[in-house]
Design a protein around this ligand. Structure first.
Ligand code: AGP
Length: 616
């Protein structure tokens, strides 16, 4: 994935584009570039490395102009080099293009263009696309009342297979941008005689909160005074202007050194936002406005299927546990990337759910489409308003936790757990759960923000533990039932931001293989809450102790561990089963964060990773 920004208006474009690119860096950060329309010239500056590198380079040159485009790259076609960085120019110098996505038939198009005399300086599919625009432009007749620039982009896009969010400049059309999307997000910020086009609202929210979410197959033509929306088939589209409900401070780090830490500490408020207005007046069940399915229809469902990727997949596993435990409906969970190719038989009375923070993860989107193709209704649990998944789902539940910028998901994850717990309650109350059990469950969910606040107070202690464990190279995470997915999540968090090898298992699976890893060089993070399995958890810990494996135990207040069994004990408040996975996520998020910081890792931009994976 990559981030793109374009500006047209009365201000200097470069500072606005650079600010936007900085905010989009979580989408890709291997190279960056800008292009401004300066009189009758397109001026490009681009460089491998972060946006700051580019900003330093630009500071040495005067890049003035009130129309421009920019890009922060996550390499898919071609290595990380200055030449492969965007924007790309067509070989006749007439067009500049930034692109987020993959053009699948670029090799055929490139061969065709090469035969026509077009030349290429990079290995990218984007440069091919840019030259194809130039090719169509050269052939496009000037028609009164039509923009030749817009029409040549439109014609080009009819010939490409793959995904794109693009913004283009044309040297013959100063003060104009043409942008378009297919399966890569694009949002238009509508200002006062100025427009910003960007991959994500965080790049434009400091300038305007009025936005138009482009749909797949739509093009937008921008001038400082107007914009028009149309389709690939040349049909006009009436724009719907939405208002973003969060502000620029939500997308800033504030007093925190990293977005990840900020987002960890935002969790009490995020949980409050995720459940606001979503409990029935009698206080015994949940209420969802956007499901677009009546309670009666919901009640006829005999099975649920949940699909997602990564952290969101862990949220599916916890939700499966809670729905089966409280609502007694069978639930199946699959990786979206597997489901889309598995051709899994699904009973018609299966309600399909996808979970995705970004709403743009290509595998999750493909799973949603596959389920719809098979005639299923698809519900989405999703954070980004107006995302592809939000738009294509039949109904859904927004997470309402504001922008999540850190690549490692934290507040989005716990809000997915909360919403999953609410779905379990909603279904359970349609079935066997009593009114009083429902009230108890609702009160437990309402207590989650305060319990998370208590858990966050453990941060200094967890930081001290992290200092002692940052030198290890392997770590195991063990838990049972609803805490098994939290063990998986703890291992994923540690892997992705500190590059340590970590694995998560159900605690009782340890003796079927992972126990071979135990030694004084491999610590185990062990979830041992109070409850009926507590004594079994203690036995497993004793085995680890006997093999001299260091233990970091995460317990709840009611769980009394034998003295000296664990090397470190982190004590969480006791809580309801539906809330426990949320509370138990906090120490593993903090532990991973502080270990990564201790190891000098770039927490918000871990190597090889991007925030949302929009290519297969
Ligand atoms: C989370 O820390 C990861 N960066 C990653 O696993 C992520 O959860 C996954 O790519 C799914 O993203 P989505 O929720 O935006 O679909």
């Amino acid at each position: 994935m990559c981030g793109i920004v374009g500006y047209v208006g009365k201000q200097q474009a470069v500072p606005i584009i650079l600010e936007g690119l900085k905010r989009l860096e979580y989408r890709g950060y291997d190279s960056a570039g800008v292009c401004v329309q300066n009189g009758r010239k397109l001026k490009v500056e681009k460089k491998a490395g972060r946006v700051d590198n580019l900003a330093k380079k630009i500071a040495r040159h005067h890049l003035t102009g009130t129309t421009g485009i920019g890009h922060t790259r996550w390499a898919t076609h071609g290595g990380v080099t200055d030449a492969n960085a965007h924007p790309h120019l067509s070989s006749d110098g007439k067009f500049a293009l930034v692109h987020n996505g993959v053009i699948e038939n670029f090799a055929q198009i490139k061969a065709f263009l090469a035969r026509k005399g077009y030349t290429f300086r990079s290995e990218t599919d984007t440069e091919v696309l840019c030259n194809l625009i130039a090719y169509h432009f050269a052939k496009e007749p000037a028609v009164k009342g039509q923009s030749r620039f817009l029409e040549s982009v439109r014609k080009t896009l009819r010939h490409v297979e793959g995904t794109y969010g693009i913004a283009a400049l044309c040297v013959d059309f100063p003060e104009e941008i043409v942008a378009a999307r297919k399966a890569s997000p694009l949002i238009l910020g509508v200002g006062d005689n100025e427009y910003i086009i960007a991959s994500d609202a965080s790049a434009l929210v400091s300038h305007t909160q009025n936005v138009v979410y482009l749909k797949d197959g739509e093009l937008v033509h921008l001038t400082p005074s107007a914009f028009t929306l149309s389709t690939l088939d040349q049909a006009d589209v009436s724009p719907v202007v939405d208002t973003i409900t969060w502000s620029v401070t939500d997308a800033d780090k504030g007093k925190y050194p990293h977005f990840m830490l900020k987002e960890i500490f935002e969790q009490p408020a995020a949980l409050e936002n995720a459940m606001r207005g979503r409990f029935a007046a009698d206080g015994s069940t949940a209420n969802f406005g956007g499901l677009n399915i009546t309670p009666a229809e919901f009640a006829t469902m005999e099975r649920f299927m949940f699909c997602a990727c990564g952290t969101a997949w862990h949220a599916c596993l916890v939700t499966e546990h809670l729905i089966e435990r409280f609502a007694r409906i069978p639930v199946e969970v699959d990786y979206a990337s597997e489901f889309r190719y598995r051709n899994s038989p699904l009973d018609p009375r299966t309600l399909f759910f996808v979970i995705s923070q970004s709403g743009e993860t290509i595998d999750t989107l493909a799973a949603l489409r596959e389920a719809k193709r098979k005639g299923h209704r698809v519900m989405a649990i999703n954070n980004v308003v107006g995302s592809s998944i939000a738009r294509e789902a039949d109904g859904g539940i927004y997470q309402h936790v504001g922008p999540e910028i850190g690549v490692a998901s934290t507040k989005a994850f716990t809000s997915q757990l909360l919403i999953g717990a609410m779905v379990a309650l909603y279904v359970a109350r349609m079935r066997d759960m009593s009114f009083s059990d429902g009230v108890q469950y609702v009160n437990a969910l309402k207590s989650a923000p305060d319990l998370v606040r208590q858990a966050l107070k453990l941060a200094p202690r967890i930081k001290a533990i992290a200092k002692r464990y940052a030198k290890f190279h392997d770590m195991l995470f063990l838990g049972r039932l609803s805490l098994f997915p939290i063990a998986l999540e703890g291992a994923l968090k540690l892997k992705e931001i500190s590059y340590l090898h970590a694995e998560g298992y159900p605690a009782a699976e340890m003796k079927h293989g992972p126990i071979a890893l135990i030694s004084k060089k491999c610590p185990t993070v062990f979830f041992a809450p109070s409850g009926e399995l507590f004594n079994k958890l203690v036995s497993s810990m004793q085995e680890i102790k006997a093999l001299k494996g260091p233990i970091i135990a995460i317990v709840t207040a009611g769980a009394k561990l034998p003295k000296g069994l664990a090397d470190e004990v982190i004590t969480l408040p006791d809580c309801h089963e539906a809330v426990l996975p949320i509370i138990a996520s906090i120490p593993v998020q903090l532990l991973s964060y502080y270990i990564a910081v201790e190891r000098g890792c770039d927490v918000d931009k871990p190597r090889n990773l991007a925030k949302s994976v929009t290519v297969e």
